[in-house]
Write a protein that binds this ligand. Structure first.
Ligand code: URP
Ligand code: ZN
Ligand code: ZN
Length: 463
């Protein structure tokens, strides 16, 4: 028996702060050695990474697989979503089961785990969306959830008509409880009443196109709720994680609070960095409908500036694809378009392409897509390439050109907002705990390979 199952040889390892040449020895799924000249004869299998970058697998901490939503169920099953993840260099996903009102939270979490144990192609964790305190019982159950590794929960400040929203009093009770049990609360911040009012007004006056999805939830509708969320985080001194942040004014409020020392974390998504609200004027605008919607150029610029300044903590995808026929339900009424877009396979390539073209550094991308999410959400064995961590490894070829088309993706959806996007540089291999799951365009793993990640209660460590 050789000391290593796998040796990654001659590559340039990227950490959240550095890039350097080293070999990586892997045994039983763990990184056991990082040394400049490991003898290839010591390994069962050798990956020649000469001329390539060697990156930690990304964590996409925001996905919605086979989720009932918008009158249907999202187009990617857990199998398809995690298969696509592997092919985009994502080795851990965090999905968002939504509590059924009146029911315990662990019921829904466990029912998802039952599926994932057979279907997951990469490792997985869950944030649970709390929609109802169930007479206060859920506050007790949060502690049990944390003990079982579910250390973050999501609250919707929106989706009132969909009965997923929590009001401010409920949000505050959950925030205070989270502080006690070592959990982190993720918040989708938009003002529901304004959205419902505008939606009603627009539809009543025949303004029905996808553009009015944006117009019913413009910048200030998100900003108001962002500020409200941050207000509670500041005054209760309890950590809060703002998901899919998309607007400048809200972003500035979060940054201000952060710089004052408030425990505020900010996530944004590639779609907000790539597209503006102009997409809603396109004939296929409904395919881009997600909430919050893409915003104007000023917001997009502000997001990039904040990323470069290290003021955004994570990039995640909000992967939530729907099929074309489902998006078409809203051809003549934007309020009927299921909200959400695909992205799990595109995030790491998109951000790495930004690094490859000099817009960001590679360590910054590793921090945003791997190290920070692992640290913020208590994945102790994930997110960086160091001895003792899981051997979740992506080999990246800086010279490979790649164009996104439906045919080159590995999901079950029938269209993608990323169609035609060209990348210079692309992942060529993904290893999940030392096992090859993606090889040059092909998924080569097996459903069921992914494991549940039992997370540690919150600790505030940032790369
Ligand atoms: O449009 C979106 N984002 N759909 C998924 C649900 C959510 O709000 O994250
Ligand atoms: Zn959301
Ligand atoms: Zn989401």
């Amino acid at each position: 028996m050789k000391p290593y199952d796998l040796l990654i040889k001659n590559g340039t390892v990227v950490t959240a702060t550095d890039m350097y040449q080293t070999d990586i020895g892997v045994k039983d799924g763990k990184i056991v050695s990082m040394d400049k000249n490991i003898d290839p004869d010591l390994a069962e299998d050798v990956c020649n990474a000469s001329g390539k970058l060697v990156l930690p697998g990304a964590l996409d901490v925001h996905t919605h697989c086979q989720m009932p939503f918008g009158g249907t169920v999202t187009a990617d099953s857990y199998l398809a979503g995690t298969r696509a993840a592997a092919c985009g260099g994502v080795t851990t996903i965090f999905d968002y089961p939504v509590q059924h009102a009146g029911e315990p939270i662990m019921g829904i979490v466990n029912s998802k785990r039952d599926i994932l144990q057979y279907d997951a192609c990469v490792d997985y964790a869950m944030h649970c969306c709390i929609t109802d305190l169930n007479g206060g019982l859920i506050l007790d159950e949060m502690e049990q959830a944390v003990e079982e590794g579910v250390t973050s929960f999501k609250c919707f400040m929106v989706y009132k008509k969909e009965r997923m929203m929590v009001d401010d009093a409920t949000l505050v009770r959950i925030l205070l409880r989270a502080k006690e049990v070592g959990a982190l609360i993720n918040v989708h911040a938009e003002n529901p009443d304004m959205i419902d009012m505008y939606t009603e007004q627009f539809l009543a006056t025949g303004k029905t196109s996808a553009w009015y999805h944006y117009m019913s939830r413009p910048e200030f509708v998100e900003a108001e709720a962002d500020k409200r969320a941050v207000h509670w985080a500041k005054h209760l001194n309890t950590p809060i994680y703002l998901v899919h942040m998309a607007d400048k004014e809200g972003l500035e409020a979060c940054i201000e609070a952060k710089l004052e020392g408030a425990p505020v974390y900010i996530e944004t998504c590639p779609q907000y960095l790539e597209f503006t609200c102009d997409v809603y004027k396109r004939d296929d605008g409904r395919n881009f409908v997600c909430s919050p919607p893409m915003k104007g150029q000023e917001s997009q610029d502000a997001l990039w500036t904040a990323i470069k300044a290290g003021l955004i903590d994570t990039i995640a995808t909000d992967h939530c694809p729907f099929q074309t026929y489902e998006k078409d339900w809203g051809k003549d009424d934007f309020s009927l378009i299921p909200n959400g877009c695909a992205g799990v396979e595109n995030m790491y390539p998109y951000m790495l392409d930004a690094a490859n073209s000099g817009k960001l550094t590679f360590p910054k991308v590793v921090a945003l897509c791997a190290t920070n999410p692992a640290n913020i959400f208590g994945c102790d064995n994930k997110g960086s390439l160091v001895v003792g961590k899981d051997a979740d490894i992506v080999i990246y070829d800086r010279d490979k050109d790649f164009t996104v088309t439906l045919g080159t993706m590995h999901s079950d959806y029938d269209h993608t907002i990323w169609e035609g996007k060209e990348f210079h540089g692309y992942p060529v291999q993904t290893y999940l705990r030392g096992q090859l799951v993606y090889d040059d365009g092909e998924f080569v793993g097996k459903p069921g390979m992914g494991k549940y990640i039992k997370r540690s209660p919150r600790k505030v460590i940032k790369a």
